[in-house]
Structures are given as structure tokens and as C-alpha cells.
Design a protein around this ligand. Structure first.
Ligand code: SF4
Length: 379
């Protein structure tokens, strides 16, 4: 049976961070029930579209899904397990804000079925957290990880690097604190400035919020060195894990697998009868709820990808991970081979590695991944 993952987007946050360009809305009291019903309807629709599948992951992202009640998390998990056949190593993950983490909440999430927690630490440094407009401090983040690692089997700490005034020492402190916290997975995201955010507006007024690209590359190199020296493998550009602690849900994205995208603004991918379809759910919670009420699903856009778009996505996602892409699979999707002479050229310059049919970027290649992928796709 083919695999499927399930992504559920909970779009509400208690406050909006100045750098965030996700599909998010200020949390409003009394909106949970209607959105939960709409999501459940959408799940049924996805089951009709996908047919029976082996359910390998359920991921609650956002927004801030840790604002959802444990009873509703459990309802989603139970429904998903009834609709699809849960795999033996089904991953059930929740993104959580440090402020929402306490012993009672953790125990309730664990009882509901959550076995992986991704904690939005961002930094342990109070001045950095203030700069990033977060509503928690370093002590709250440290305590959140301490409690989480006691109760949830797999915990990840998410960090942000590359903000103005971040020194290598500050980064090192954040990495060291995360490494000694007991987590088995660490994500390090580069701060990128998106125009429509408060940081984007500040940049337009000439106030820098992010470091330049050279400094950012140095910070990334420092991160990779520190992580690998401490037994964390960089299995994806921004993600590091101990053995067997990788995010199976995210691997599904990077490996070109299928996933139902449920909840306002969620993206999905589904392959049926050799055709790959891309979906986007209605963005605004109000529209999503209305759509689900009228049509029994929340999908606002749906298109079948042509061979080129599908192959391009397979390559761009797959080259992010250390395992890389399968060249035969690429040819199967696109109907074309990636130019062997270009592959050889980049192998010689130490940017690509080819083992049988697997093609991946070397650590040096990952530092220039966008250019490298662009080059591979232009021949
Ligand atoms: S809590 Fe997360 S999703 Fe919400 S605004 Fe902040 S960064 Fe964005």
C-alpha cells in the first residue's frame, strides 16, 4: 500500500511574530469548534481522494497548534487512524510554543498520541528573543525542553540564526544549550526577511534585521561543525538529528512522498494513477470553514503537475537531504535524464556525489545548493 502523511495546519497564534510570513491569524476565542469540524470533513474528503493508504505520519503545524485542546488533538489522531491504516512506526508530531509547555499539557498531549514535539525555542538569549518579538524568555525555553524530554519520546528544538547583532558566541551558546538539553533533533532556520512582515517593513525603512549572506554562511558553517562534533547528523540543510531521530514527516516531503494538506492554507500532494496533484486549502479560517460546509472539503486550488514541474520539485526537495535523489526516479517522472556531463563536472569540483543511482550534494555543495540545482535543471 502506498504511503501517505497528514499535515494539519492550525492557523492561530497568541501574537504575531515580526518575521513570520506563514498563514497565521490572531487567536480568537470561540473559533476552535467550527474549524475542528471543517478539518474533520476535509480529512474524509482526502480519504476519498487518496483511497486506502499506509499512514506514516501526522503532523500538527501552524500557527500554534499547541493552542489546540488535547481532546481535539486526540479526535484528529483517532479519525486519521480510522481513515487510513496506521504504520507500525507512525510518527505523530506537534509544534509547540515554549509558553504552552507545562507538565499537565505534556501529559495530555502524550495521552492523546503525540510522540514527537517540535519546540519553537528560536534562541535561549533574552535579548535575541526580545529582538525576534517572541513572548517567551530563555529560562522558559530551557524549562520547556527539560519538561518535554521527560515526557515525550522524541523532542526537537527549533532555533533561528542570522539576526542582526547575533555574534558567533551567541550562536554557540544557543547550540550548546540545545545540545545539552536532551533533545535528539535540532532545526536551525536562517532568518529570512519577507516583504509583508513587520521586519520587511523595517528593512524598507533602512533598519537591518538580518545579517548579510557571507555572515549567514559563516554562522551556518559554525552550526554544522558544532552539530557534527556532537553526534548530530545534518540530514537536511537546516536539520540535524541523532541516529533514528529524523523527522519522518519532513522526510516524506523531501523524498517526494504524498501528504494530505488539511487546515487553512495547507499545501498537499497526492499521486494517483501516475498523476501528481498539488492542492492548496482556502487561506482564511472563515473561508475554509465555509468551503467545508458547502462542499465538504477545504481545498481552494487543485492542479495536476506536468512532468517538468513534478520532476523539478522532486529534485529541489530531494537535493536538500543527505540521501539526495534517485536518478532513475527523476527520469521516470520527467521522461529525461539529468545531463551526465554536468553531474560529472560537479562531482569533479566536489559539489556533487553519485553512488549508483543516488545523486546528492556534498557538504560543500549544500552551501551553494540553489545555484547547483538551478545548474542541474538548466541542461
Ligand atoms: S508563533 Fe510561530 S507561527 Fe505564530 S507568528 Fe510566531 S513564528 Fe509565526
Amino acid at each position: 500500500m502506498d504511503k501517505i502523511g497528514l499535515y494539519i495546519h492550525w492557523p492561530y497564534c497568541t501574537r504575531i511574530c515580526p518575521y513570520c510570513d506563514f498563514n497565521i491569524y490572531k487567536n480568537k476565542a470561540g473559533t476552535e469548534t467550527a474549524l475542528v469540524q471543517a478539518i474533520l470533513l476535509d480529512m474524509l474528503h482526502w480519504r476519498e481522494m487518496s483511497g486506502p493508504r499506509n499512514l506514516v505520519s501526522i503532523h500538527f503545524g501552524g500557527g500554534t497548534p499547541s493552542l489546540l485542546s488535547a481532546a481535539n488533538l486526540q479526535k484528529f489522531i483517532k479519525t486519521a487512524q480510522e481513515l487510513w491504516s496506521p504504520s507500525n512506526d507512525l510518527e505523530i508530531g506537534l509544534e509547540a510554543n515554549p509558553k504552552d509547555i507545562n507538565e499537565k499539557a505534556l501529559a495530555a498531549w502524550h495521552r492523546a498520541g503525540i510522540e514527537r514535539l517540535s519546540v519553537g525555542v528560536q534562541s535561549f538569549d533574552d535579548s535575541a528573543l526580545q529582538f525576534l518579538g517572541r513572548d517567551h524568555d530563555g529560562q522558559t525555553a530551557r524549562r520547556a525542553l527539560e519538561l518535554a524530554t521527560n515526557i515525550i519520546p522524541r523532542v526537537s528544538a527549533d532555533l533561528i540564526y542570522g539576526f542582526t547583532n547575533q555574534t558567533p558566541d551567541m550562536l554557540q551558546n544557543d547550540l550548546r544549550t540545545a545540545l545539552t538539553s536532551g533533545v535528539s533533533h535540532i532545526s536551525t532556520y536562517q532568518l529570512t526577511i519577507e516583504q509583508e512582515t513587520a521586519f520587511g517593513q523595517a528593512e524598507k525603512r533602512g533598519i537591518n534585521k538580518a545579517v548579510d549572506s557571507d555572515t549567514s554562511a559563516d554562522l551556518l558553517e559554525q552550526t554544522i561543525d558544532t552539530m557534527t562534533a556532537n553526534g548530530f547528523n545534518q540530514y537536511e540543510v537546516s536539520n540535524f538529528a541523532k541516529k533514528n531521530a529524523q523527522s519522518r514527516h519532513n522526510l516524506l516531503y523531501w523524498q517526494g512522498g504524498d501528504y494530505a494538506g488539511i487546515g487553512p492554507g495547507a499545501h498537499g500532494r497526492l499521486t494517483v494513477d501516475g498523476k501528481r496533484c498539488a492542492t492548496i486549502a482556502a487561506l482564511k479560517p472563515k473561508d475554509y470553514i465555509e468551503a467545508a460546509g458547502n462542499t465538504s472539503h477545504g481545498i481552494a486550488e487543485q492542479e495536476t503537475l506536468n512532468a517538468q514541474a513534478w520532476a523539478e520539485e522532486y529534485l529541489l526537495m530531494g537535493m536538500r537531504i543527505s540521501g539526495g535523489i534517485n536518478l532513475a526516479r527523476y527520469t521516470e517522472i520527467s521522461g529525461q535524464r539529468l545531463a551526465p556531463e554536468i553531474i560529472r563536472q560537479y562531482e569533479k569540483s566536489g559539489l556533487l556525489k553519485k553512488m549508483g543511482n543516488q545523486l546528492s550534494a556534498t557538504p560543500k555543495g549544500r552551501m551553494v545548493l540553489d545555484t547547483l540545482c538551478h545548474e542541474l535543471l538548466s541542461y
